[in-house]
Design a protein around this ligand. Structure first.
Ligand code: CUA
Length: 319
């Protein structure tokens, strides 16, 4: 049978980059072709009956509906068997995807409006990109700190809801080197469509080299702050550094200036203001952002040295 899914980089679908992909695609197309076959069959009969039993001079239709046991049984039993087969295939596939192998590399995934962050428990490294090793099963432990999100890597054919207040899991085994897209597929507010990340499938050597670099915080506090800002803590998803208004205010040239507060009055943009705003974002919220989505508190999610590094970075944005 001609299956579009036989082509690894099909016209219709993204590349097949995990062990699930071929199976998922095969099943998807099987269901599609079954539906298509019945659609054609039913429409063909419909057109034929419309023609054969049309009104015409001298033709009289049968006064009563006729009964045919073979037909009745046939069109009940055949679709039932097909539906049960589809259900059984679905269950088997679902269980395969739920049951992770015992040896996996683990990643803790945190979703928040509107960024992903990935923490590698073996090293404690946190970043905004997902790095995986080819042919190595990987298990994600997902959590959300605000609303419902959904983790989706189309090339892996892997998707799982991320639910506030509980952990969910998903695993997959990448089979192809490359860079893939990761999307949020649960509507989660204004910037839902921008809540994306990159997935890098690397060789073990490439991965080790990347990890070795990530483990060490840069010695220059400005560089460290920039890394926290743009990569590991996701500040950049709401606050630009080029003057553009994203969700919250931009920090270009903010340092040392005055900030208009929502409750009236002004506040100097200095070390204390930044620290307080990071830990208690609603305490001195800004004028003009009353309707913007509220910033989550970073209490317990940033160490004091990290806050200092962020402050050093924000200072450096003043020219
Ligand atoms: Cu997160 Cu949509």
């Amino acid at each position: 049978m001609f299956l579009l899914a036989d082509k690894p980089d099909g016209f219709w679908f993204p590349p097949q980059a995990s062990t699930f992909a071929a199976e998922v695609d095969w099943f998807f197309f099987a269901v599609t072709y079954i539906s298509l076959a019945f659609f054609v069959l039913i429409v063909a009969f419909m057109i034929y009956f419309m023609y054969a039993f049309r009104q015409r001079p001298g033709y009289k239709g049968s006064p009563e509906a006729l009964h045919n046991n073979a037909l009745e049984i046939g069109w009940t039993v055949v679709p039932t068997i097909i539906a049960v087969w589809i259900f059984a295939q679905g269950v088997v596939g679902y269980l395969d995807m739920m049951e992770a192998p015992t040896e996996t590399m683990n990643v803790d995934v945190e979703a928040k409006k509107w960024a992903w962050s990935f923490t590698y428990p073996t090293t404690g490294v946190t970043t905004n990109e997902l790095h995986l090793v080819i042919d190595k099963p990987a298990k994600m432990t997902l959590r959300s700190i605000d609303v419902l999100h959904s983790f989706f890597v189309p090339a892996f054919r892997a998707k799982m809801d991320v639910v506030p207040g509980r952990y969910t899991n998903i695993w997959f085994q990448p089979t192809k080197l490359g860079t893939y897209d990761l999307f949020c597929t649960e509507y989660c507010g204004d910037n839902h469509s921008k809540m994306a990340a990159k997935v890098f499938v690397q060789t073990q050597e490439e991965y080790d080299a990347w990890m070795a670099k990530e483990v060490l915080p840069p010695e220059d506090p400005v560089k460290w702050g920039e890394k926290l800002y743009a990569k590991s803590k996701g500040c950049a998803s709401c606050h630009s550094i080029d003057g553009k208004k994203v969700v919250g205010p931009s920090f270009l040239n903010s340092w040392g200036g005055d900030v208009q507060l929502a409750g009236g009055g002004t506040e100097k943009f200095d070390e204390n203001y930044v620290r307080e705003s990071v830990l208690y974002p609603q305490k001195k919220s800004r004028a003009g952002y009353e309707t913007a989505s509220q910033m989550p508190s970073y209490q317990g999610r940033l160490k004091e040295e990290e806050i200092s590094a962020l402050i050093a970075f924000l200072k450096s944005l003043k020219n």
